[in-house]
Each structure stands twice: as structure tokens, then as C-alpha cells.
Write a protein that binds this ligand. Structure first.
Ligand code: PMP
Length: 350
């Protein structure tokens, strides 16, 4: 029996536009190979910085390109988190929490409810604390819960942290992976200089390119470019030029529509299968992104369920420091008919 994976947040192979990317790679190396294949600016490929700056209406100097966005978080954590508390959602993306802890930050955990970070809990966590290094949030289609913070909660978060002069780091790789509903403005749109926006092309083009970016306040741009230079000299300019070529050719939007349609079918298959096999449990119904968060009645232990389950994998809530009665189900990878079979196998192990 082939194992069906709901474990990793990776796109299905058919989402990856490999032929077009091969052509972009050939084009950019033929055209700019001498500079792309050497060391270059530590902040990344200048034309891609300019293009992203235009998207966000900022000066290109504020755009730092990294080898995936997780590396951007690592740079931030080392400079602004070490020796400080960092506000995080609870539960949150396991790798991000690990990066923060390994960089020497301590975690100030704020409970996530149906609308994201709970502001009353945030206020009580921060009471009597020294000013945190920053606050880390994934407001749209959160990893692991799939939840999206509505507008009102975002603005309360901005107010609450702004009052305390705490920088908000908004990790937003899933915002464009939207299948239905209306987009919500990013925190960056209203927190302005009090926030850092972080995203990547991992979900919108291909994760293997490892192209991430941050929009930084002017005061941080030089410092972080210097840290980048000290860490890896230059990020992967070839990958960044491929992304730039892909966007400049007009391939970005049509590819996004195509992949979102492939992923929408998977989200729909996951929700339909849960409806069929998991009465008595509750789960999130995301309008996009990669994840559904399933909460079974208390007493369920998904560490045990997953150990028992045959032919299906997922990640227990305990990996995200949540209760083991919850589980993260990534619908991004498996084919729609496999998703139905995988959920059935999971239900059989309950
Ligand atoms: N942030 C979040 C919330 C993620 O889910 C992921 C990928 N799973 C990342 C960052 C890392 O992405 P990248 O490939 O850009 O490093």
C-alpha cells in the first residue's frame, strides 16, 4: 500500500511549472550568466528587488532577497530576537519556532482562536514584560491551523503592538494561494514602518528555487544586508533571475491561477472526506493555503492514532505545541482521490 502524505506542506508535483522554468533558466544564464554565476549584491538580484519594490510601493533598498523566507526569519531572529522574548502564535509553524529558539530568543506564546492571535491573551502575556524583540505572526492561512485573521483583529493587533513599539513580522507565504472569498489587506498595509513583511515564491512558483524576500524598515535594511553577507556572501542570484524572468514574461499570474485550481480541488476533496469520515470532530475550512486543522474530541491522541494508522501520514498537534487531540492535514500534495482514501485510513485508525 502506498503511503498517502498529509504531512508536508509541499505542492503537488503537477503544480511545478518545470518546462517554463527550464526555459527561463536557459534564457537568463545565456543573457546575464557572467554576473549571475559570480558573487554579487548580498541583498540579491537587483532587477527582482526593483520589481518586488514596485509591487509593494517601497524603495528597492528596503527589499532583501533571501534563500527562502525561513532564512529571512533566521536573519531577523539573530539580530532582533537573541536575548529577547519574541511574541508567537500558539500553535505556530514548528520550523519558525525552532529557528527562534535556536537563535537565542525566548518565546512569548499567545493563544490563537478562530480569528488568529487573541488580543486579550496578548495583553496579559505582555503585562510586566520587557519590550519583546518582535512579534511573529502568520495572519493568512496560518501554518498549522489554516486560519486567517480578519481585518478587525489585524487592526487590533497593530494597535496593541504599536502602542508598545513592538515590530510585527508578518510571514505571509500563502496569501496568494486563495481559492475563494475576499483577500484581507496585509498587516504591512496598515502597520507601515512598524512591520516587516516576509514572503517567498515557494508556494507561488516552486519551493526548490529557494527565493524569499522581506520588506524591511529603512533603519534595518543595511544591518540585515550586512548579516546576509556575513552568513552566505550572496544569495542564489541564478534562482532570483529565473523568478524575475518568469514574472517579466507574464507567466506568474496564469501559473498562479493554474496551481490554485489544482490546490482548490485538493482542499475540496479534503473537506468532503472529513465531512464523510469525521463526524464528532471539528476542523477549519480555509479559503486557501495548504492546511486544515482537525480537532478531535479531547482524549484523542494523534501521536497514537498516527502510529497506528496504515498508509497515511500527518503531523500531530503536539509538534506545534498544541494538544495531541489536534492534527495538521496538508492537502497540497496528494491527488484528490488519494485524499479521500487517506482520510478514510486516518478515520479507521481512530
Ligand atoms: N513560513 C511559513 C508559514 C511556511 O509555512 C513555510 C513553508 N512551509 C515557510 C515560511 C518557509 O518557506 P520558504 O520555502 O520560503 O523558506
Amino acid at each position: 500500500m502506498e503511503t498517502i502524505s498529509f504531512a508536508r506542506g509541499v505542492p503537488a508535483p503537477e503544480c511545478l511549472p518545470e518546462e517554463e522554468l527550464a526555459d527561463c533558466a536557459r534564457t537568463v544564464i545565456a543573457r546575464e550568466g557572467k554576473s549571475l554565476l559570480s558573487y554579487g549584491p548580498s541583498a540579491g538580484h537587483t532587477p527582482l528587488r526593483a520589481l518586488i519594490a514596485e509591487w509593494f510601493g517601497v524603495h528597492p533598498y528596503r527589499v532583501l532577497l533571501t534563500n527562502g523566507s525561513l532564512q529571512g526569519l533566521w536573519l531577523l531572529a539573530k539580530r532582533y530576537g537573541r536575548g529577547y522574548g519574541v511574541v508567537v502564535e500558539w500553535p505556530s509553524y514548528d520550523r519558525a519556532l525552532k529557528v527562534l529558539l535556536e537563535s537565542g530568543a525566548s518565546l512569548l506564546a499567545v493563544v490563537v482562536d478562530d480569528e488568529g492571535m487573541n488580543i486579550d491573551d496578548l495583553d496579559s502575556v505582555l503585562m510586566g514584560q520587557a519590550r519583546p524583540g518582535f512579534a511573529y505572526t502568520i495572519p493568512t492561512f496560518q501554518n498549522p491551523t489554516g486560519r486567517t485573521m480578519p481585518h478587525e483583529r489585524r487592526s487590533r493587533l497593530v494597535q496593541s503592538l504599536g502602542r508598545r513599539e513592538v515590530m510585527i513580522v508578518e510571514d505571509d507565504p500563502y496569501a496568494l494561494i486563495r481559492f475563494d472569498g475576499e483577500p484581507v489587506s496585509s498587516i504591512f498595509d496598515y502597520a507601515g514602518k512598524n512591520s516587516i513583511y516576509m514572503s517567498s515564491f515557494s508556494k507561488t512558483i516552486a519551493p526548490g528555487l529557494r527565493v524569499g524576500f522581506m520588506i524591511l524598515p529603512e533603519s534595518a535594511a543595511d544591518d540585515l544586508a550586512e548579516d546576509a553577507s556575513a552568513t552566505y556572501i550572496t544569495p542564489s542570484l541564478v534562482s532570483q533571475a529565473i523568478v524575475h524572468e518568469f514574472i517579466s514574461r507574464g507567466s506568474f499570474e496564469p501559473n498562479l491561477r493554474r496551481t490554485n485550481e489544482l490546490l482548490r480541488l485538493r482542499r475540496d476533496a479534503m473537506l468532503a472526506a472529513l465531512e464523510k469520515h469525521f463526524s464528532g470532530a471539528k476542523w477549519t475550512r480555509p479559503e486557501g493555503g495548504y492546511f486544515v486543522w482537525l480537532e478531535a474530541p479531547l482524549g484523542t491522541n494523534f501521536n497514537e492514532v498516527l502510529a497506528r494508522a496504515e498508509g497515511v501520514t500527518a503531523v500531530s498537534g503536539s509538534e506545534f505545541s498544541a494538544a495531541a487531540s489536534a492534527v495538521r492535514l496538508a492537502y497540497s500534495y496528494a491527488a484528490p482521490d488519494e485524499i479521500e482514501a487517506g482520510v478514510e485510513r486516518l478515520a479507521a485508525a481512530m
